[in-house]
Design a protein around this ligand. Structure first.
Ligand code: PLP
Length: 489
């Protein structure tokens, strides 16, 4: 008997039946014109499927993916916390979702007020004089800050500064942003406690330095113990200190970077303030600046002016020496609504509790796991910690452990980052996970260590239960398949 085709494996092209449609259009009540032949479904060979086919197809695909809504997702550095549904509900209110970005100011006062209040809250949270909501991602916030630093020095006629100090534990976007800004990244090593090596920093600080990119807590999940000295050294040579604020989830409500000499910082709304990480976008990476750098912020900012009677009027404003726009219109407005909702729901006390809870959860896992998986910088951590995916007397590697975790229903930690730790597994549980979930994760990690001794092949072949098994990652990176026609026949 012929095999019944597995419906779950069919592509939309294979499901296609000539003449089938997913939508019924109403009777046309305007003059019809012929579409150019090269735009037609038939000419382009597009699939013809019913609405039900489409719904099943995409629902099936979505279920093959691992998301924060389907399981524990301790992907270090990414702060994969739960995205509360109330954020979504508010972002979908017609007054927010349906306004055109070019609507005259007078008709979108509510939206502008929301943006203004968001600027004010981020100023308060970070300790800055001004905030621009323009940048669309953390990495774009980095680029923004570097362009502002360059403009600031150039304004003073100080054009010989071309180098940016970047610690070796920094996120890969840091040196990439330097290159994009036309600057050179100069790597600074870490010391034995995971801090910036002060000797190396001192030696590198001179008049060629635009500034330092400082991630605090850093990507090892460690608080920079010499923060004051680091900032003082960079300022003493005329450089500026930019804070990579991706890890603000650990310190929100505890410490304001602007109070500690940080001149500029980006916030990741999709990390700290629970907006979704949408497959690389759309995010938001607002940038805060101290007073001396505020004039360089990308516009438009939203400012408040006296209005009629007791009312205020909100309007767009571009700072005097602005580096220009970083994003079209008013940035990723819907993301700002989501983060605004999150801040409003939690309030100052709630944000502080979230930070403390994130740190508690990370330390709980660190202590529970450190006897099984070596923790190279074993001191109290902030929101995340880095252990090594090595198990004594076995050949199991970080990748094997991560792949096996998928079989147990957990998303793996971040692998092989930071580069300073061999076989790194960077674990960030976030505050939204329960004790039961953390314990289940510990149990899975310990079972994997037992398996590494008893049945090493189970680890080397993992994952066993996912729709796609272990990938050839080198091949995947070298030979990208971006379109259907790139697929081998
Ligand atoms: C996530 C992250 C970034 C980049 O942020 P994106 O919004 O992904 O561009 C930069 N630095 C650190 C430390 C990060 O964790």
């Amino acid at each position: 008997m012929p095999a019944i085709p597995d419906q779950t494996e069919l592509t939309l092209y294979e499901l296609s039946v000539s003449g089938r449609r997913g939508v019924g259009l109403p009777e046309c009540d305007v003059a019809q014109t012929e579409l150019p032949a090269d735009r037609l479904r038939e000419t382009n060979g597009l699939p013809e499927v019913s609405q039900l086919d489409i719904v099943r197809h995409y629902l099936r695909l979505s279920q093959r993916n691992f998301g924060v809504d389907s399981g524990f997702y301790p992907l270090g550095s990414c702060t994969m916390k739960y995205n509360p549904r109330v954020n979504e509900a508010l972002a979908q209110l017609p007054g927010f979702a349906d306004t055109h970005p070019l609507t005259p100011e007078a008709q979108v006062q509510g939206n502008l007020r929301l943006m203004y209040e968001m600027q004010e809250w981020l100023k308060e949270i970070g300790g800055f004089a001004a905030v621009s909501l323009q940048p669309a991602a953390g990495a774009q916030g980095e680029l923004t800050a570097l362009l502002m630093m360059r403009a600031y020095h150039a304004e003073r006629g100080d054009t010989k500064r071309t180098q940016v100090l970047v610690p070796d534990s920094a996120h890969g976007t840091n040196p990439a942003s330097c290159t994009m800004a036309g600057l050179a990244a100069l790597e600074i090593p870490s010391d034995a406690r995971g801090n910036i090596d002060l000797g190396a920093l001192r030696a590198a600080c001179d008049e060629s330095i635009i500034g330092l990119m400082l991630t605090n807590p850093n990507t090892l999940g460690l608080f920079e113990e010499n923060l004051e000295e680091v900032v003082a050294l960079v300022h003493a040579c005329g450089g500026l200190v930019y804070g990579d604020g991706a890890n603000m989830n650990a310190i929100t409500g505890v410490l304001r970077p602007g109070d500690h000499g940080i001149d500029l910082m980006h916030y990741n709304l999709h990390k700290t303030f629970s907006t979704p990480h949408g497959g690389g976008g759309p995010g938001a990476g607002p940038v805060g600046a101290v007073a001396s750098l505020a004039p360089y912020l990308p516009g438009p900012l939203i400012e408040r002016a006296p209005g009629v009677g007791a009312f205020h009027r909100y309007r767009r404003m571009t700072p005097a020496q602005s580096i220009g726009r970083m994003c079209t219109f008013l940035g990723n407005f819907a993301m700002i609504v989501r983060a605004y909702t999150y801040i409003r729901v939690h309030g100052a006390e709630g944000l502080l509790q979230n930070a403390l809870h994130a740190v508690l959860n990370a330390n709980y896992l660190r202590v529970k796991l450190r006897d099984t998986y070596p923790v190279p910088y074993d001191r109290p951590c902030m929101h995340e910690f880095v252990c090594q995916g090595v198990i004594e007397d076995t050949d199991a590697r970080a990748l094997d452990i991560s792949k096996r975790l998928l079989d147990y229903g957990f998303h793996p930690p971040t692998n092989y980052f930071p580069l300073t730790v061999p076989e790194a597994l960077m674990v960030e549980p976030t505050e939204t996970e329960s004790l039961q979930t953390l314990d289940a994760f510990v149990e899975a990690m310990q079972r994997i260590a037992v398996e590494a001794h008893a049945e090493p092949e189970v680890l080397h072949q993992a994952p066993h239960t996912t729709p796609v098994r272990r990938l050839d990652e080198v091949h995947a990176a070298r030979h990208l398949t971006l379109t259907e026609s790139d697929l081998d026949p």
